[in-house]
Design a protein around this ligand. Sequence first.
Ligand SMILES: [Zn+2]
Length: 234
Amino acid sequence: MSYCVHCGVELDRTEVSCPLCNTPVNNPNQPIDINGKLPYPTLKGQVDPVKRGDSAILLTVVLLSTAVACGALNLLVFKQGLWSLYIIGLCALLWVFFIPVLIYSRLSIYLTILFDWAAVALYCWIIYYQFPVNHWFLRLAVPIISLLTAFVLIFTFAIRYFKTSILSTAFLVFAEIAGLGVGLEIFIRMFLNQKIHITWSAVVLVCCIIIDGMLFTILKRTRLREEVRRRMHI
Ligand SMILES: [Zn+2]
């Protein structure tokens, strides 16, 4: 029987060096049994990393089975109302949102965003189909979804084609929040047939203008910018 001279662990006859501390084994009374059977497996049982395609299949199966199961429940057991349409629509929505990320990585990001727009619009239409009040789908849902999509497209374009730092990205985000607030309030007032003016979104707008003014100054003054980056580690 050999023991490691460094850490004292008991060693197998086949061990050339200590498996814990790697100290070479040197016991003149017991030569190393080079041909002996090793006491532990030599092959590492590594699991292959999951590929995007596998995740896509799993997501598709989960969403599809959820949609089919809810549809069947609606048809056969809980027959009142078309409640399963919401869940089926939501499954379709999640599928459209996540599958391009998992499979079609070469698909243009702008096209993906437009598909998302269509998916959200379709989901709203499913709800509208059951509650067709005041033409809210065309007069409220479509303008708001389109406005959001337009801002997402502008944001994506800006961060892809301009060299944006965290500070300039923050500048863009606050500018978009201001635009989104004003747009939302105008669309809601138009839907409610009210006079078009802004109240709450004016407050949001003013706050965003102050923050963006500060960010713009920091971005334009090199010394300020470097100081902020140094302090905030960005
Ligand atoms: Zn050792």
